[in-house]
Ligand binder design. Structure first.
Ligand code: PLP
Length: 457
């Protein structure tokens, strides 16, 4: 019988994060100052982040040591298991081998704890008293609330209003970990008041919540800001997932042909795929890495590689990324973590260079895959994770049709125990698959045309 669950011993945990920049054939383009169009230096970020994280943001070093204090906290839930989806394979009658790395074992229920702990640690050692952040569905806010508490830092979360009203349990969880939570747009910031004045009925957006959290951070020297995805240092911290998986595949005496992860901003995809891509970039051992986005928010498959803001207000530097334009508003799909308008600079550059692939799936296909997974493997997946499951099923079926046998690995980025309402809607046949017209996409992209510096125009 094959071993179903592959656990690493605690003393086998990787001690380094992997920085893919060192091995990228084309280095990422620089972030630009929106007013001057000139590359910005690390100093411009210092009101927002502690210096150690800024140095990681711009680092070219291949391996960065995980501080002992961070590794100690990782042991609360890591190493996470690599699990062979034997029951799913049987139900599908596939000849391929399907594995998943289960990040739902983290205290707040998703991979986001991996970077939350690291960011809270670097803030604590540099004297930060309070961290502000935004959260959409609540996964990131929960992870950061927990991590801040571990290191004795106050945490203030701006939660997109629609989720604040729809997901009261996430708010309760954050409050229980000791954080303050505000519905965004709020009256507490100029950015929030502006949105409320122009759109009194606004349900909020991730972009507005980012603007509010950043505004609070820059107005107080003891307060810093934290982002749960997109930035290079966030992707770096997530590589613990793939580094563990590499060791676990050694133990299983197997190796994936295809790695798959859902993509909102790009952090869990990078976390799982980048360590495997290192082998591809260094030795030409082949692997396909597929990022799966929501068809309602298709920046990778229908957006463009352009400079754009990370937030709605235009407070962030301009970043070179696959984007739908920072004014794009995704339909209210249940996978809240996949509704961001852009994708991380590193993943965008790799996609542009043909080193990773992208796929966009509609939510009914994804929930159907999630239900099959729940019935077979027993775990209720997060709606975001369902995108990876659906793609893994597609790949296994394609192999069976061609008579091939492959090893497929996907990231089960979180559990769905806080997302039961979405399964309720799916079970009741109430989920809509939104179609997005080419005109709509062209409209949002035309709004950012003027931001492009000469070199990309
Ligand atoms: C936030 C989230 C995602 C998407 O964010 P990435 O930064 O792209 O990883 C995916 N799955 C879960 C469970 C999430 O909470």
């Amino acid at each position: 019988m094959t071993q179903k669950k592959i656990y690493l011993a605690e003393d086998q945990m990787p001690e380094f994060w992997y920085n893919i920049v060192a091995d990228m054939p084309n280095k990422p383009l620089p972030p630009l100052h929106p007013a001057t169009g000139e590359p910005i230096g690390p100093d411009a970020l210092s009101p927002l982040f502690p210096m150690e994280l800024i140095m990681q943001e711009v680092s070219q070093e291949r391996f960065i040591e995980i501080p002992e204090a961070v590794r100690e906290k990782y042991l609360l839930y890591r190493p996470s298991p690599l699990i062979r989806a034997t029951e799913l394979e049987k139900a599908m009658k596939t000849n391929s081998r399907i594995y998943y790395k289960y990040e739902g074992v983290s205290p707040s229920g998703s991979h986001k704890t991996n970077t939350a702990i690291a960011q809270a640690y670097y803030n604590a050692v540099s004297g930060t008293k309070k961290i502000t952040t935004e959260t959409g569905a609540g996964q990131w806010g929960s992870a950061l609330s927990y991590a801040c508490n571990l290191f004795g830092i106050e945490c203030e979360v701006y939660m997109v209003k629609v989720s604040y009203n729809q997901k009261p349990y996430r708010k309760i969880m954050m409050n229980t970990y000791g954080a303050s939570v505000f519905a965004s747009p709020s009256e507490r910031t100029a950015a929030g008041r502006k949105v409320m004045l122009n759109h009194p009925e606004s349900n909020g957006s991730l972009g507005t919540a980012i603007s509010e959290a950043m505004e609070m951070a820059v107005s107080d020297p003891d307060t810093k800001y934290a982002l749960g995805s997109v930035l290079n240092h966030v992707l770096l911290h997530q590589t613990i997932i793939g580094e563990e998986a590499l060791l676990q595949f050694d133990m299983a005496d197997d190796y994936p042909d295809i790695v798959i992860a859902p993509l909102g901003g790009g952090s869990n995809f990078a976390g799982l795929a980048f360590p495997f891509l290192r082998n591809k970039l260094q030795s030409n051992s082949d692997i396909r890495a597929i990022a799966v986005e929501a068809a309602s928010c298709p920046k990778l498959t229908r957006g463009k590689f352009m400079y754009d803001f990370g937030d709605t207000e235009g407070l962030t530097p301009l970043l070179p990324m696959y984007t739908l334009g920072h004014n794009f508003e995704s339909a209210p799909i249940h996978a809240g973590g996949l509704r961001y308008h852009g994708a991380s600079v590193l993943v965008s550059q790799l996609l542009n260079d043909g080193l990773v692939e992208a796929s966009a799936l509609t939510q009914n296909e994804c929930f159907s895959a999630g239900q099959l997974f729940a019935k077979t493997e027993g775990i209720m997946p997060a709606p975001e994770s369902n995108h990876a499951i659906a793609q893994a099923i597609r790949e296994a079926k394609a192999c069976d049709e061609k008579g091939e046998i492959k090893t497929i690995l996907f990231n089960l980025s979180g559990h769905g125990f806080m997302d039961m309402a979405s399964y309720g809607d799916y079970n009741a046949g109430k989920l809509a698959d939104h179609t997005l017209s080419q005109e709509e996409i062209a409209h949002y992209l035309s709004e950012i045309q003027a931001l492009q510096p000469q070199l990309m125009a």
